[in-house]
Design a binder for this molecule. Structure first.
Ligand SMILES: Nc1ncnc2c1ncn2[C@@H]1O[C@H](COP(=O)(O)OP(=O)(O)OP(=O)(O)O)[C@@H](O)[C@H]1O
Ligand SMILES: [Mg+2]
Length: 239
């Protein structure tokens, strides 16, 4: 599709020989914010990892800007401009905040631009400027997520995969992070956002996918998914 930044088609993925994701297609348009929601263990993280090259990809294709990148490894994907912020272990705890951000741009040679980009990250997450010389291990949960996203931004991505950036955060911090995620999208980055806070994520997303037991149970506009009665019963609950 001409306006797709990223297109994953018929993805079958998992670990070792175990199939978790059972033939899933997702599309991410330019400057789109797309939510991927679903119950615990439904395969959301595995889908991201299969697409990115961090879990087994048994079959399916991934294309980016019309180019086939199915077999392009994770490091090369990062260089191409596809960023990925994992659900866990997403910062280097024994490095300073500034050093973590520098790690995000280690492959870039344009050092002046890197410094300018770090200022850009501090503009989005001012608390990281205050904490720039602190070890990442001393950050709060919310600050750590901001650092993980900031580090990904240092590679100047055009596409960003965010795996549950708001897990285990207080509601006030969740709302703040969602505002920042939207701001990042508004700056021109396409975002695939995996979220536990399904309702809030679908409210801010352009489109959404619901993954249940490794398959897409529903896709459509955020409001459209939220209005679906079956879905509410399946898992949205009171969230
Ligand atoms: N490294 C792994 N090796 C083997 N199986 C795994 C591995 N990681 C996850 N799984 C299994 O794959 C299935 C899907 O897990 P996954 O982490 O993708 O779910 P999820 O939708 O991201 O869940 P959550 O909302 O809890 O993050 C689960 O049954 C899980 O036990
Ligand atoms: Mg997960």
């Amino acid at each position: 599709m001409a306006d797709s930044a990223l297109q994953a088609t018929d993805i079958v993925g998992g670990y070792g020989k175990a199939v978790v994701v059972q033939g899933v297609s997702v599309r991410l348009g330019r400057k789109e914010l797309v939510a991927l929601v679903g119950p615990n263990g439904s395969g959301k993280s595995t889908l991201l990892k299969s697409i990115y090259g961090l879990a087994s990809l048994f079959s399916g294709t991934v294309s980016w800007d019309g180019r086939d990148i199915t077999r392009v490894g994770p490091e090369e994907k990062a260089r191409l401009g596809i960023g990925y912020v994992p659900q866990v272990d997403n910062v280097f705890p024994d490095l300073r905040v500034r050093e973590n951000l520098e790690m995000g741009s280690y492959f870039r040679r344009d050092k002046a631009a890197v410094l300018a980009d770090m200022e850009g990250v501090f503009g989005i997450f001012p608390v990281l400027r205050e904490r720039r010389e602190q070890m990442a291990s001393t950050l709060s949960g919310g600050e750590r997520q901001m650092l993980a996203i900031g580090r990904a931004l240092m590679a100047r991505p055009s596409v960003l995969f965010l795996d549950e950036p708001t897990a285990a955060l207080a509601p006030k911090i969740v709302a703040e992070l969602f505002r920042r995620v939207r701001a990042i999208r508004d700056s021109g980055v396409s975002i695939l956002l995996v979220e536990q806070h399904a309702r809030k994520a679908l409210e801010i997303a352009d489109r959404g996918y619901v993954l249940v037991a490794g398959k897409i149970a529903m896709e459509g506009g955020g409001a459209e998914i939220l209005a679906n009665e079956d879905l509410k019963r399946v898992f949205l609950g009171a969230k």
